[in-house]
Design a protein around this ligand. Structure first.
Ligand code: CU
Length: 69
């Protein structure tokens, strides 16, 4: 089973930032896929809801240098 969630992400200014956010999210256990969108200032994350600690998503984005809003 999977679920798609949307995170508002502040601070992305180029495609490098987009990749950083995507890579940070994809490393988390239970994340199936992550796509960040520069213009929309968000990340679309497909997760296995039974395995993902949602706080870990926010922490990973924070640690990569961006803010979840
Ligand atoms: Cu950048």
């Amino acid at each position: 089973m999977s679920e798609t969630i949307e995170l508002g992400v502040e601070g992305m200014s180029c495609e490098g930032c987009v990749s950083s956010v995507e890579n940070a999210l994809r490393r988390i256990t239970g994340v199936i896929d992550a796509t960040a969108q520069l213009d929309a200032k968000r990340a679309i994350v497909t997760i296995d809801p039974a395995r993902v600690d949602r706080d870990a998503l926010k922490d990973a984005v924070d640690d990569a240098g961006f803010d979840v809003v």
